[in-house]
Design a protein around this ligand. Sequence first.
Ligand code: FAD
Ligand code: SF4
Length: 582
Amino acid sequence: MAKKLEKVDVVVVGSGWAGGIVSAELSKAGYKVVMLERGKDQTRSDFIGVKDELRYTNRHEMIEKLTGDTITSRVSIGDAALPVRLQKDMNTGTDLGGGSMHWAGSVYRWRSYDFEIRSKTIERYGEGKIPEGMQIRDWGITYDELEPYYAKWEQTAGISGEPDPLGDKRSNEYPNPPMLASPAIKLFKESAKEIGLHPYQMASGNMSQTYTNPDGETLNQCMFCSFCTMYGCDFGSKSDPLATVIPTARKTGNCEIRTNSLVRRVIHKDGKATGVLYTDTRTGQEFEQPADVVVLAAFTFSNNRLLMLSDIGEIYNPETRKGTIGRNFTGQFNSTFLGATGFFNDKKFNYYMGAGGLGGAVSDYDADLFDHTDLDFIHGGGIELRQYGDAAIKNNFVPKGTPTWGEEFKEKSLFYAFRTLTVWYSAAVMPWWHNFMDLDPTYKDEFGDPLLRITNKLTEQDKNIAKFGIEKCTEIVEAMGADIIDQDELPDQFDHAYEGMHYIGGVAMGEDPETSAVNNYLQLWEMENLFVVGGSALPHFSSHHPTPTIGALSYRAAEGIEKYLKESGGLLTKPKSSSVKA
Ligand SMILES: Cc1cc2nc3c(=O)[nH]c(=O)nc-3n(C[C@H](O)[C@H](O)[C@H](O)COP(=O)(O)OP(=O)(O)OC[C@H]3O[C@@H](n4cnc5c(N)ncnc54)[C@H](O)[C@@H]3O)c2cc1C
Ligand code: SF4
């Protein structure tokens, strides 16, 4: 029998960027907040002395253990799905701060085209350009409406950057100047410019200088230590929840954070959420935490699974194309991040230094910034050269055709260790009727609850966009003067690897409750005191990483929850019925 706790104003599930922002904003506004996190507590000092490639990059110290709860994966309806058990194949976070602690920090706003993708595509090319079954829709919010929230997140996170010359209108500069450009990045930018493109220094969540954000949290200048992606930052130089929103929430005195608290159900009665049921993972004790408002901010997979397990909303059925929970699943798979690698005989680059978000970028082939009339795909991708910093094990590049062992391998591996640069195309991925999430009929977690099942198939659109991107990256690597160029190969089909945490949808936003689950405050249409925040709300995957858009929408959701509490309820946005069932 679960122990019933005292009611609070808001219970938030998850402590990453999404949960952290909502908790900080509502506790600053004076509401009593409880934040529940399934993983353990951690502090900055836990990251001191852990620059250990084997432990973190190869053995995935900060990644969720996948022995109990995980997802199952299949390509086609009708296939049996199998559980994903290797951490290299799914890098979801756990512990205080979530996956937002081991992210890289590359920062891009999504484009005005994204938010009105269906209307803008039809306006320019006609309805025939959108293939049957591609479930793109306008989001119910425009870029201009979301822009102030992007700006707010950038200020909190202390983003370092310079505006993209082809970017949408901005209300202000980034709070910090761009990171320094290394020789590799300079070569990339100069070469891209020579062939008529518009390169710039990508924006980053690694600090170019010491910075104090509007909430009074100080982040330190980045050391370019290169142990950044998949690691926590011991210098306090990466914008993450432990450096920003979590201390902000804590110091209000209104936010109680409970770690080791695995939420297993949203409890509801008469169409309203009344709280959540959670288990203390150390003792097995069950608790009920009642609240006026429930916020799920537990990353795409848990957000979807918790709704499905709690019997809230209708699970998407691909046969009838009805139901909104689990619909519009997408993300970046093995057809994205493909490009070309150059091997240089007479140039050397020091890749032992770097930072997760250090790099150069080009947007000329992104979104609808180029003409798609004669192309067999919509949207596009961003081109990047990243200087993450490669530690000793990773820094082992050889041209295609080199034997994988022996004298020739050793010789080339040593020669090319500092002479290799990769340029990739971070391609957008559209939602399709046949790609979705539901509950697995076979596999269960340690509590006997069904795992989340993902069905995901690559399409011709994905392959065509990737092929185009590989060619564009090759042109840049050629201009950079590489002596050998290896192009990435197109995959035949999805390989069940969910690397990174670029997975979205399932509780996607929109204007029409028939096809969308939440409105533009991320309030569930059918349960007005339940807000589902994070990547689960994004209806398609744009060309770049999702976190700034998740951050912006989290600020918007926090504003909506405050409004909801002040105005004593009601839907914050009026639903609109759409004739196009996207
Ligand atoms: C290696 C890597 C590199 C990345 N690099 C970038 C990048 O450069 N740029 C970018 O924009 N994005 C990047 N990302 C993506 C980025 O990390 C995510 O977009 C971001 O962390 C999402 O924030 P969130 O708050 O929604 O989820 P999270 O930060 O994952 O937080 C969710 C929290 O919910 C908790 N939780 C889940 N289920 C439950 C439950 N049932 N009960 C209680 N708690 C629960 C989890 O433990 C977790 O702490 C990267 C991701 C990875 C893995
Ligand atoms: S590269 Fe910079 S931001 Fe990343 S972990 Fe090192 S010091 Fe921190």
